[in-house]
Write a protein that binds this ligand. Structure first.
Ligand code: NAD
Length: 347
């Protein structure tokens, strides 16, 4: 298998393969870039089809974290870890301790946290073997509400830029995915006077949104074609693809999901269709901003985290304005800004 010329390899500083025979741990830690500080990013537990897919995922996600942390103004680089296998079969305290020892051997160049299929109690186990863990219970806690706040403010920025409106009263938003972030986002949108069209695979959550937030519920495939101002992907990656773009009536895409564009070229396609896209790693940085304040040596302060999350509005406004000036897609502009920060540090 090719390694250094894989499509997703981007001069990562370090890629570490970790295994522990006794517990069945197979993990990959990728440190993409530490120019701005130690590499921070969560650990994902996933039953990958093959090991190549796990490697691709960790390479792509760790690079995304470098860009996200840079654009959020954090003194952190980008990294990520994946544990390979079925979490339902493999999860054990011993496995997370083995993962903790693996993280510890990287010597603080990588700081781990929760991602898909990893809970705060799993991380507490990791923490018994290494101090290089964040997002722990009793410290910065669940990042979801901070991600929701950043996404809400990002939608406000996009509405201001595209529609010239200072508030969300009467704005129609289609939300895909009502999980930890999506539901909290819907509560904020509802309180701000927006009307909601929602979908999820979880019927109970949908019923709750209908009764508590007066949301209109639609089927999974119907969400793209709704007559709305904003489409907000808050579930899976790759939901912006040839098929969904063809159906979209929304003039704004702004949601919390990671890796929203199925392929790089979709950035340009969305622009050509007159849709304003809020780059995912800029709008969804609220959680990592909160986690960063736990990693920094200064004591954690929730008010400071909120203040920093509020900057997402202004960062997105800068991206939108530059994209107009340069006549470039917003994703390309954000990438360029992130690369400049990574090369030169924060001003
Ligand atoms: P979550 O698991 O709590 O919620 C995901 C929701 O999406 C669930 O309600 C699930 O039922 C629903 N869903 C799954 N498949 C779906 C489908 N096909 N159509 C519609 N809904 C579907 O996750 P979360 O923490 O709310 O994160 C949501 C997204 O935001 C993810 O892409 C995540 O990577 C990203 N993100 C989360 C954070 C955070 O702080 N939690 C930070 C940055 C990015």
């Amino acid at each position: 298998m090719a390694l250094f010329n894989l499509t997703d390899f981007d001069h990562h500083e370090q890629v570490v393969y970790c295994s522990d025979e006794q517990t069945g741990l197979k993990a990959i830690i990728a440190v993409h870039n530490t120019n701005l500080g130690p590499a921070a990013g969560g650990c994902r537990f996933w039953d990958y089809e093959n090991e190549e897919n796990a490697l691709k995922d960790v390479l792509r996600l760790s690079k995304g974290m470098t860009y996200k942390n840079a654009m959020a103004g954090l003194r952190l680089g980008g990294g990520k870890a994946v544990i390979i296998g079925n979490p339902k079969q493999l999860k054990s305290d011993a496995l997370f301790k083995a993962f903790g020892r693996a993280v510890n051997r990287v010597g603080g160049r990588y700081i781990t946290a929760e991602d898909v299929n990893i809970t705060t109690s799993d991380m507490a186990m990791v923490n018994t073997e290494t101090e290089f863990v964040s997002g722990l219970e009793g410290k910065s806690g669940n990042p979801g509400p901070f991600t929701a706040l950043g996404t809400f403010l990002g939608i406000k920025a996009a509405v201001k830029h595209k529609l010239g409106k200072d508030d969300l009263n009467g704005i129609r938003v289609a939300v895909q995915g009502l999980g930890s972030v999506g539901y909290s986002l819907c509560e904020k949108l509802h309180a701000a006077g927006a009307s909601l069209i929602v979908t999820d695979i979880n019927e109970q959550t949908l019923q709750r949104a209908a009764s508590e937030l007066n949301a209109t519920v639609v089927g999974l495939d119907e969400i793209y074609s709704q007559d709305v101002d904003v489409f907000s992907p808050c579930a899976l990656g790759s939901s912006i693809n040839d098929d969904s773009i063809a159906q979209l009536k929304a003039v704004i895409i702004a949601g919390c999901a990671n890796n929203q564009l199925a392929e790089y070229r979709h950035d340009q396609i969305v622009k050509d269709k007159g849709i304003l896209y809020a780059p995912d790693y800029v709008i969804n940085a609220g959680g990592i901003i909160n986690v960063a304040l736990e990693i920094y040596p200064e004591p954690y302060c929730a008010d400071e985290a909120t203040r920093l999350v509020e900057n997402i509005y202004h960062t997105l406004m800068t991206v939108f304005t530059k994209a107009d000036e340069l006549d470039l897609p917003t994703g390309q502009v954000a990438d360029k800004m992130a690369r400049e920060i990574i090369a030169n540090g924060h001003k």
